[in-house]
Design a binder for this molecule. Structure first.
Ligand code: KG4
Ligand code: ZN
Length: 375
């Protein structure tokens, strides 16, 4: 069967076509992502209404390109299911994708399924290279991965989710304030690195000393599996202020309450701050994830979400998971950010487990609140 995936929860307009052949052989026929990053960069973060406007403007073009790339000439005959992100995300942005998907479903009389964005991130772990070489999910199953523990780290979420099987989840921990990606973005802003901050921080951190500045490891000592990142961001703000006041050659013009990066740290100082922050932010994730995996007796650990592109996190989590006897999976870097292939695949697994919800008309009656809890 072929699934059309649509994702507009934040600042990427994305449409993909997946093909599932035989017994769960996944091929990505197309995976188009149109990023709005440049538009939001000047505001230092995503502006919801602007994001929605851009989605409305671009989605038809992205949709046409996804179909063309996939070689789909007749949607009515060649697509079997439509999967669309229903939340969580920015409400106006989500509505743009939902309205488009529902229109297509109505026009072509296709079944449609609403997908939880975070569930999509989880399934990015199953996506094969974009070269049509199928990956057999049965291979993964035979490796016996369940129960699994997911660490989902994105711009809006930091969650530890137990997965008993496909479609069966339990949230065991989450951030109490900022998400991990949000902390990367805010610290990047303090360092004057622009948006999005994660890639910029990890880039300059390569030249920095992660041991240079001791920063807190929030909530590490607590036995629960929750996280907190707002205090770490504030610690970085005061660290920058202290470096500047102690260094005669640097100027600090921003008050502690502003976050404009209006100071002059040397490139080396910036790199050391970035590396020290990155170490602190990722160490808490790694230690608490492995601790939770032990406590819940899972077989494997799966990483996902935008922050899963972070090299330090990938290396450290893999090392610690495997040293402790867990199987470890992480998405290919190209699927760590928001994309519609992961939404299509999550839609497919929902279809396998709950075919009932597939009628366009019945689905249109379900609660479409963008802030629905984790499915
Ligand atoms: O999953 P995602 O693309 O969008 C949301 O669902 O939020 O995640 C975006 C987040 C941003 O905060 C971005 O700074 C972060 O992922 N990110 C990274 C890296 N690449 C992207 N954070 C740390 N290191 C990276 N290399
Ligand atoms: Zn995301």
């Amino acid at each position: 069967m072929r699934i059309l995936g649509i994702e507009t929860s934040c600042d990427e307009t994305a449409v993909a076509v997946l093909e599932i052949r035989g017994k769960n052989k996944i091929s990505i026929l197309s995976n188009i992502v149109s990023s709005q990053v440049k538009i939001h960069a000047k505001f230092g973060g995503v502006v919801p209404n602007l994001a929605a406007r851009e989605h409305v403007k671009n989605i038809r073009r992205v949709f046409n390109l996804a179909l063309k790339t996939a070689g789909i000439k007749d949607l009515k005959k060649e697509i079997n299911l439509i999967a669309v992100t229903r939340g969580p995300g920015l409400s106006p942005a989500l509505l743009a994708g939902l309205s488009f998907a529902k229109t297509i479903a109505w026009l072509y009389d296709k079944p449609i399924i609403g997908v939880n964005h975070l569930e999509g991130h989880i399934y990015s772990n199953w996506l094969p290279k974009n070269d049509n070489r199928p990956l057999t999910i049965d291979d993964r199953q035979s490796k016996n991965i369940f129960p699994a523990l997911n660490l989902i780290v994105s711009g809006g979420h930091t969650e530890l989710v137990l997965m008993a099987n496909y479609g069966k989840y339990k949230l065991i921990g989450e951030t109490l304030d900022d998400a991990a990606g949000e902390a990367f973005d805010k610290v990047a802003r303090l360092l004057g690195l622009g948006y999005p901050g994660g890639p910029a921080i990890s880039k300059i951190a390569k030249d920095g000393d992660p041991e240079k500045y001791p920063l807190p490891r929030p909530m590490l000592k607590l036995k629960n599996f929750d996280f907190s990142y707002s205090g770490l961001k504030t610690a970085v703000l005061y660290l920058i202020r202290d470096i500047v006041t102690k260094s005669p050659s640097t100027k600090f013009r921003a008050s502690p309450s502003t976050s404009s990066g209006q100071h002059r740290l040397s490139a080396k100082q910036k790199a050391d701050v970035a590396a020290s922050f990155q170490k602190s932010a990722t160490e808490v994730l790694v230690i608490k994830t492995v601790r939770a995996a032990k406590q819940y007796g899972v077989k494997s650990i799966l990483l996902s979400g935008g922050v899963s592109a972070n090299e330090t996190l990938r290396i450290e989590l893999k090392k610690n998971a495997e040293q402790n006897g867990f199987k470890y999976f992480q998405p290919l870097v190209e699927y760590t950010g928001d994309n519609a292939a992961m939404i299509a695949l999550a839609g497919y697994f929902n279809y396998l487990t709950n075919k009932k919800s597939l009628s366009f008309y019945s689905w249109s009656k379900i609660d479409m609140d963008a802030n629905l809890g984790f499915v």
